[in-house]
Design a protein around this ligand. Structure first.
Ligand code: ADP
Ligand code: MG
Length: 320
């Protein structure tokens, strides 16, 4: 199959799938012009801002060469949606640049099914891209909509804010240990192995949570490189420090808690809000059936300390 046949057979279909999910509920998200021309044409509704983010996933770096096509498709879109979630933006459109070695049509079909699985709960329309031959890599640009001036940023944390994290951190890292070492004693421990592998391969972008909390949150980031590393980005951008209640942080059972705080790939949200809004924050988590935990306080100064005042350091995953 040549490039054009592939686009028609698979990528266009994926775009129509999302369009069908969106057209009754969000007609404004239907592109004025989608796949097939030199550019797509998009109308940004009045009063909204466009939130744009890109992520590239390279075989052997971001996922093992052996990962399934479904999981690669799923994760490449999910991690991009997580960035929209962190800003409180509603997913709208994405473009998809794929470099493929000589994948079979079965591979491409499963890859698209993985993406379609992410679109079911978070509809988003594929509006274009590029298809080339070479070592496997997937590059996605997502675009979301957020009411003018309402996006959550990393720089909004205020002294006295409570720091929150959704879900549990370290589960994806535990999933990775399981995936990498099939004979590891982890497999014999009393853990929910399938859940942990799911947290690694099929993270759920916290899109609805992000949209909801932006009414009260001052700053937000998605936890992709590790809770401590990502919180540090917020602290630096906001020119503040943090005091963490380490035992309060929900970490994966079976993993050393300090390791869990530096582990990447969980795609939970870490955000700050005024203590006056605590009940509202907790209630939002209850509505979404997603635990939200208060894990510390924003302080003056810089860096992270524990309740005893001892500095906590950790480095997240770095490519360079
Ligand atoms: P051009 O050469 O003008 O860049 P292409 O031949 O690369 O156009 O692509 C033709 C059309 O198909 C364009 O609208 C492009 O956005 C779309 N397209 C190409 N690859 C993909 C893809 N992987 N997913 C979605 N749309 C794609
Ligand atoms: Mg092109």
């Amino acid at each position: 199959m040549n490039e054009f046949a592939l686009i028609d057979a698979y990528f266009k279909r994926l775009s129509e799938h999302a369009g069908a999910l969106l057209s009754p509920s969000h007609p404004e998200l239907m592109p004025a012009l989608g796949i097939g021309d030199d550019c797509a044409l998009l109308n940004v509704p009045a009063g909204m801002q466009l939130a744009v983010s890109s992520d590239t996933l390279v075989a052997g770096v971001h996922f093992p060469e052996s990962a399934s096509a479904f999981d690669i498709g799923y994760k490449s879109l999910a991690v991009n949606l997580s960035d929209l979630a962190a800003m409180g933006a509603q997913p709208a459109w994405f473009s998809l640049c794929v470099t493929l070695p000589d994948q079979s049509e079965n591979w491409i079909e499963s890859f698209c099914e993985g993406m379609a699985a992410v679109m079911e709960p978070s509809p988003i329309v594929l509006i274009g891209g590029d298809t080339t031959r070479g070592p496997l890599s997937i590059s996605i640009q997502v675009m979301g909509l957020v009411p003018q001036g309402k996006a959550m940023t990393r720089s909004g944390a205020q002294v006295g804010d409570t720091i929150y994290v959704s879900g549990c951190v370290g589960e994806a890292a535990l999933g990775l240990l399981l995936a990498q070492n099939e004979s590891d004693e982890l497999w014999s421990q009393d853990l929910d192995h399938q859940h942990l592998l799911g947290r690694l391969h099929r993270p759920e972008p916290r899109v609805v949570l992000g949209w909801a909390i932006k009414t009260v949150a001052h700053a937000c980031i998605d936890v992709s490189d590790g809770l401590l590393a990502d919180l540090n980005h917020v602290l630096q951008a906001s020119a503040v420090g943090a005091q963490l209640d380490l035992p309060a942080i929900p970490t994966a059972q079976g993993l050393d808690p300090m390791q869990a705080l530096s582990a990447g790939d969980d795609y939970e949200l870490c955000f700050t809000a005024s203590p006056a809004d605590h009940d509202q924050v907790i209630a939002m988590g209850q509505v979404l059936d997603l635990p939200i935990t208060a894990i510390g306080t924003i302080t003056e100064g810089s860096g992270i300390i524990d309740l005893q005042g001892q500095p906590i350091t950790a480095s997240g995953y770095r490519h360079f």
